[in-house]
Design a protein around this ligand. Structure first.
Ligand code: A3P
Length: 289
């Protein structure tokens, strides 16, 4: 199926019609934030589901009941998707936890006034690409990616859901009011999950004991999270996501692009990356390797 059939255009980017509609996007635009809301913002395939596990566990101080009884999309919903409207978010006790894939420039008016806390998760774009390719092949609400070479150009051009990775990251890195934003990378979380959990807890104003941090880190390890049916997307019918083709929680490592991109594909990626990121003054962990 084509882009026109599967996607809506919203503020210059594609969003999948299956979970977005003009009404859900209007709800997002009119959403009233509270100062104590916490939003994990990610470009797709950068660690959204991981944050939907970590943050509720930090808030519950390690009580695993919420992550074993509520699906990731209910416990920490996407504000721009249909479901948000139906979840009675007004009634949720603080801190309310949300996720969003939106660019900084797409955030609603109330966001800029209220300045809720944001945790912006970034991932090596070559790994985002590597994770996206099988995902576009297994999810029926996405345009078939074609060959890897074809999808590479589609991805680098930003003709994918939520647009260009480069614009997303540059927009959020250039955000005003950076006191309200914590930047973290997928690679940092892979390297030291306990330290990352501790950093996130401090940012949201929670002091956790070492014992609780260890418990959360253990639960959020890839192999453990993969067993949680509330987080591994096994509850999504196979006509929407065919996890026999590729699992949603696929590999959970940093640097998998090395196993998936040819030298020519990596070189093509690097040349576009170099050009698009030339004015960005931020030390990305993946640039060091
Ligand atoms: P891979 O496809 O490389 O395995 P998102 O949730 O933003 O869509 O991102 C999905 C990616 O995050 C997938 O990457 C998935 O496996 C990875 N992921 C999810 N939970 C994880 C965890 N606990 N540890 C490491 N990676 C995780």
């Amino acid at each position: 199926m084509t882009e026109a059939e599967l996607y809506l255009q919203y503020k210059g980017v594609f969003v999948p019609k299956l979970v977005h509609s003009p009404e859900s996007l209007q709800f997002f635009e009119e959403f009233t934030f509270r100062h104590d809301d916490i939003i994990a913002v990610t470009y797709p395939k950068s660690g959204t589901t991981w944050m939907q596990e970590i943050l509720p566990l930090i808030v519950s101080e390690g009580d695993i009941t919420p992550v074993l009884t509520l699906t990731n999309w209910d416990r920490m919903p996407w504000l721009e998707e249909h479901r948000a409207k139906e979840l009675n978010l007004e009634q949720r006790p603080p801190p309310r936890l949300f996720v969003s894939h939106c660019h900084y420039s797409m955030m609603p008016e109330s966001f800029f006034k209220v300045k809720p806390k944001v945790i912006y998760v970034m991932r090596n774009p070559k790994d985002v690409f590597t994770s996206s390719y099988p995902y576009y092949g297994m999810a029926m609400y996405m345009v078939n990616p074609g060959t890897k070479d074809e999808f590479l150009e589609t991805f680098l051009d930003g003709k994918v859901i939520f647009g260009s990775w480069f614009d997303h990251v540059k927009g959020w890195l250039g955000a005003k009011d950076q006191d309200c934003i914590m930047y973290i990378s997928y690679e940092e979380m892979i390297l030291d999950l306990k330290a990352s959990i501790s950093k996130i807890s401090l940012f949201i104003g929670k002091t956790l004991s070492q014992e609780v941090i260890e418990k959360i880190a253990d639960h959020c390890m890839f192999k453990n999270m993969k067993q949680n049916k509330m987080s591994n997307y096994s509850l999504v019918p196979s006509e929407y996501m065919d996890q026999k083709k590729s699992e949603f929680l696929r590999k959970g490592i940093a640097g998998d692009w090395k196993n998936n991109l040819t030298e020519a594909q990596a070189a093509r990626f690097d040349s576009v990356y170099k050009e698009k990121m030339k004015d960005v003054n931020f030390k990305f962990m993946w640039d060091e390797n």
